[in-house]
Design a protein around this ligand. Sequence first.
Ligand code: ADP
Length: 475
Amino acid sequence: MRPALAVASECAPLIKTGGLADVVGALPGALATQGWALRTLIPGYRGVLEQMKGTEQVWSDPMLFGGPARLLAARHGSLDLLVLDAPHLYDRAGSPYLDVGGRDWPDNDTRFAALCWTAAVIAAQGVEGWRPELLHLHDWQAGFTPVYLEQMGAAQPCVMTIHNIAFHGLTAADRLAALALPEAGFTTDGFEYYGHISALKAGLTWAARITTVSPTYARELTMPEFGMGLDGVIRARSDALVGILNGIDAEVWNPATDPHIHHYASPRGKRANKRALTASFGLPEGDGPLCVVISRLSQQKGLDMLLEALPTLIACGGRLALLGSGDRRLENAWLEAADTHAEVAVRIGYDEELAHRMFAGGDAVLVPSRFEPCGLTQLYGLRYGTVPVVALTGGLADTVITANDAGLRAGCATGISYAPLTGDALGHALRHLCELHDDTSTWARLQRNAMRHPVDWTASAPQYAALFDSISRRV
Ligand code: ADP
């Protein structure tokens, strides 16, 4: 087995705010079958340290970016973790990125620079004789790692994975010295971004290879409409860029064994879950499809367009249960929609167990994102026979075979995708959903196809391994 170090700000099941955590948590298992042994470096947030058992200190620094820090090695399930315990950076209430009031932590640049610095130290010096042959960096929080690696004179290659290019990790130019970054790197060809320092741009520029989480998003990233101001950087590195589709942890997300639901192996078994879900959300019974949404409430996710399309769904006999949190205005708009329509029920919050029950009990999962690097909820939908209705963008386009005439005739459709990305087009898609749901045999076929569609790491893990093999040297 060849050693590699993954560097990330989240890792399921220990700490999760979105899909990044699921992927970071699942990749080590997937890559273990391909000859790569990953250790995963994550920050020692308060909630993470509380879950650690049997830790062993493997490194310490009396002054890491303003305070003492130590590195703890621990196993959690099948994960081999290195946890950076630095109380001045991570021991606080709130989320990994936001304080309890929902504002970015003012020292986020330092908090994640420290993570990158530690990754570089591990690679350059090794810990207790262990040294990675390659580093796998996830999103901007890991972006400075290859810059520090170069400063330390270490030669291991880095793979930078973009989970969402909307987040750049920007900080002010006068933070160069505080972040121990080289002045020479502060140029347009380096990590400067319109007068600021960008951690993501550092990663994109210094890494040996760049991956993103679906082939379509890899193409989209080169376009101004999706590149979020970094499309030029991506275009300049297009030779180094590859899109590898995310998979899901098919053990955690398995309707036949999921501890949170009534188990089932065929769509018929969803009925008990649907009854339970309808009751727990206080929704009326009905013949139309029970739709579910499990999502961050942010502009990206397009749930304002779903509000526009709600009357259409309701007029066709549909019902909707939504679980989400985020933007206060969207939260309020959805609470108001639930007050107005008996067919709509809303839970504001983050609830992993309820998410499982919703995938099991829903007939359809709606993902109307404006952009979506990969998207995991449509994959959970497929696995649970919960037909996905998705906007035709990013990984959503790569994972759902739409039920148009051709898809239905060929018998391969797994869901519904729509374009353009407007409330109107979504309304049409929802009407189509209700029609398909009324047609019992077509609907059963869709559900069966969905459940058979491969959504685990079988196809993608070898692609990561081949990429790792192609650039790594034994250390
Ligand atoms: P993103 O990472 O952009 O939020 P993804 O679809 O890639 O979107 O991943 C979202 C992940 O977070 C999924 O595992 C989804 O089930 C989960 N999730 C999102 N919101 C909630 C919530 N309110 N409660 C429970 N799980 C949620």
